[in-house]
Ligand binder design. Structure first.
Ligand SMILES: Nc1ncnc2c1ncn2[C@@H]1O[C@H](COP(=O)(O)OP(=O)(O)OP(=O)(O)O)[C@@H](O)[C@H]1O
Length: 255
């Protein structure tokens, strides 16, 4: 589905991403871990063409960046990240229903005539993902967790083949975080997920693969059971860590 080959991103002489190669196949859900500033968001923002690689090639859904119509790729990728916060001013004026509906149009806000089938599809998604109690509410009045859910459903309505979630649980309290994680476990069959996080305990059972990024390079990548080990995480963070597994999730202890 997605293949990066020897991708680098260099700014002001600094190698932010260096010679990164990997493949993401259909049916895989990836969690991306790495210290602050290691390049996680930059690496995946290339799929939306928010960042353009300085070297190497990126292929997705049969299109090579720079050689084919990348809009076809963007149509297949959904993203929910704090970069969307810049649209808050527009979202704040809208109801949850309209925000989900705008996901069909792939616009921030609704500027075109809305068709009956689009209203029906929005109703279906609101119902399927249990947002009925929120649908008439103004976005500005939602909790942080509810806002994230609404933006995720807004992305899902365009049937993305890949959904990038960049630290979706940041700043959520324990209840909201667990509620969002349960929600993600429920939606994971709808799409393939790329989940960028700092919290190892957010790596839910549906995550199949892990990529560890350090200083702009892939430190380790592969199946979750092979990568999420005490040794790899200790080396990634330069700390002695020990993982404890509970209900299919790993919890970190310092040792
Ligand atoms: N367009 C750009 N121009 C210059 N520097 C950039 C650009 N994009 C990213 N960077 C820098 O690249 C580094 C990696 O940033 P990035 O946001 O990808 O890291 P991250 O691993 O997602 O970090 P965090 O976990 O803290 O969110 C940072 O030092 C950032 O300032």
């Amino acid at each position: 589905m997605i293949e990066y080959s020897n991708v680098s991103f260099i700014r002001d002489g600094r190698k932010i991403i260096e010679d990164v190669s990997f493949k993401i196949n259909k049916g895989e859900n990836w969690a991306i871990l790495g210290p602050n500033g290691s390049g996680k968001s930059t690496l995946f923002s290339m799929l939306m063409a928010y960042t353009i690689a300085s070297k190497g090639s990126i292929k997705a859904f049969g299109v090579e960046f720079g050689k084919g119509n990348w809009n076809r790729v963007k149509d297949k990728v959904g993203i929910v990240s704090s970069t969307m916060d810049k649209f808050n001013e527009v979202f704040y004026r809208q109801s949850v229903f309209d925000i989900v509906l705008s996901g069909i149009k792939k616009t921030i806000g609704i500027y075109e005539e809305v068709k009956d089938f689009e209203i029906a599809k929005t109703r279906e998604y609101i119902k399927q993902f249990s947002l009925e109690d929120l649908e008439d509410k103004n976005y500005r009045n939602l909790s942080q967790g509810e806002k994230k859910k609404v933006l995720i459903v807004r992305s899902l309505i365009s049937n993305p083949e890949i959904l990038i979630l960049d630290e979706p649980c940041a700043s959520l309290d324990l209840y909201q975080k667990e509620s969002l994680l349960k929600f993600l476990q429920e939606i994971e069959e709808e799409t393939n997920i790329i989940y960028i996080t700092h919290d190892i305990n957010e790596i839910m059972p549906f995550i199949t693969n892990i990529m560890l990024i350090k200083e702009g390079r892939i430190f380790k990548a592969g199946l979750k059971e092979n990568i999420l080990t005490d040794e790899n995480l200790s080396n990634l963070y330069d700390l002695n860590v020990k993982l404890e597994w509970n209900r299919g999730r790993a919890w970190v202890k310092l040792s």
